[in-house]
Design a protein. Structure first.
Length: 256
C-alpha cells in the first residue's frame, strides 16, 4: 500500500516535471519563432532600406545636378543682367547724344533757313521763281509737316541750285522796268550772282544789273548792246566763242 503511494507520488512528480518541461519547450519554440520572424522582418527592412537608400542617393544626385544647373543659369542671368544694364546705359548715352545732335542740327537749320531767306532777295527773278517750291516748303504751313530729313533735303536742294547758278554763265529771258518805268522783255546774261548784262531783241537797248538787298538794280547803257548781243549769240551757239569787252560794276555799287 505504501509502495503504491510512493509510486503514485513518483508518477505524479514525473508528470508534473514532464508538463513543466513541455511548457518550457513550447515557450522556447515560441521564442524561436518570434526570433525568426524578427530576423525575417529585419532582413525585409534591411532590403527595403537599401532600396530606399539607393533611391535617396539617386534623388540627391539629381538634386545636386539641378542645383548646379540653377547656379549656372543664375550666374548667366547675372552676367546677362549686367550686360543688359551696360547696354541700356550705352543706349541711353547714344540717345542723349543723338538728341543733342538733333537739337544742334535744328538750330543750324534754322540759321541756314534765315540766311536762305536773306539770299533770296539777291537772287535773279527767274532763279527765285524756279526755287520757290522749295522755299514754300520751308516757309509755308508745309514746314510743320516736314521731317528733319526733308527739311535738310530742301535746304540742300536750294543751296546746290544757288551754288550751281553762281558758278556758271546763264542766259535768261526776263521782263523788268528801266528808268522810264516801261516794262520790257530782255535777254539777260547772268555771270553768277555778281553781275548781269541785258539787251533787247532788236539790240537797241542794253545795260547791266547788280544785286542789292531789295532786288536787282538795272542800269541802261546802250553802248554795250553789241557785246551783249554777241554774248547771247555765243550762248545760243550762233557765234564763235571770244572774250567780251563789258564793263564790270565796281564793288561799291553793290547796295548790301
Amino acid at each position: 500500500m505504501v509502495n503504491f503511494r510512493i509510486l503514485c507520488l513518483f508518477l505524479f512528480g514525473q508528470c508534473f516535471t514532464f508538463f513543466q518541461l513541455f511548457s518550457e519547450i513550447k515557450e522556447t519554440q515560441q521564442i524561436i519563432e518570434e526570433w525568426i520572424d524578427t530576423e525575417h522582418l529585419i532582413s525585409q527592412e534591411s532590403t527595403q532600406w537599401k532600396s530606399d537608400k539607393a533611391a535617396l542617393v539617386d534623388l540627391q544626385d539629381a538634386l545636386t545636378r539641378e542645383l548646379l544647373e540653377l547656379q549656372e543659369k543664375l550666374k548667366l542671368f547675372e552676367e546677362e543682367a549686367v550686360g543688359a544694364a551696360q547696354q541700356r546705359s550705352e543706349l541711353m548715352e547714344r540717345k542723349e547724344k543723338a538728341e543733342n545732335t538733333t537739337q544742334s542740327l535744328i538750330r543750324g537749320l534754322q540759321k541756314i533757313e534765315q540766311q536762305v531767306d536773306e539770299i533770296f532777295s539777291f537772287l535773279p527773278t527767274p532763279l527765285a521763281e524756279r526755287l520757290s517750291p522749295f522755299r514754300k516748303k520751308l516757309d509755308g504751313p508745309q514746314k510743320a509737316r516736314l521731317t528733319l530729313r526733308q527739311r535738310v533735303e530742301a535746304i540742300v536742294s536750294l543751296l546746290q541750285s544757288i551754288h550751281l547758278f553762281h558758278r556758271t554763265v546763264t542766259l535768261e529771258r526776263q521782263e523788268f522796268n528801266l528808268d522810264d518805268d516801261k516794262s520790257r522783255e530782255f535777254m539777260v546774261l547772268y555771270f553768277g550772282l555778281g553781275a548781269a548784262y541785258f539787251v533787247n531783241e532788236s539790240g537797241t537797248v542794253s545795260g547791266y544789273g547788280i544785286p542789292s538787298n531789295t532786288g536787282w538794280i538795272w542800269t541802261r547803257k546802250d553802248d554795250i548792246a553789241r557785246e551783249v548781243t554777241t554774248g547771247v549769240q555765243m550762248m545760243n551757239n550762233r557765234a564763235m566763242p571770244r572774250f567780251l569787252e563789258l564793263p564790270f560794276p565796281a564793288p561799291n555799287q553793290l547796295n548790301r
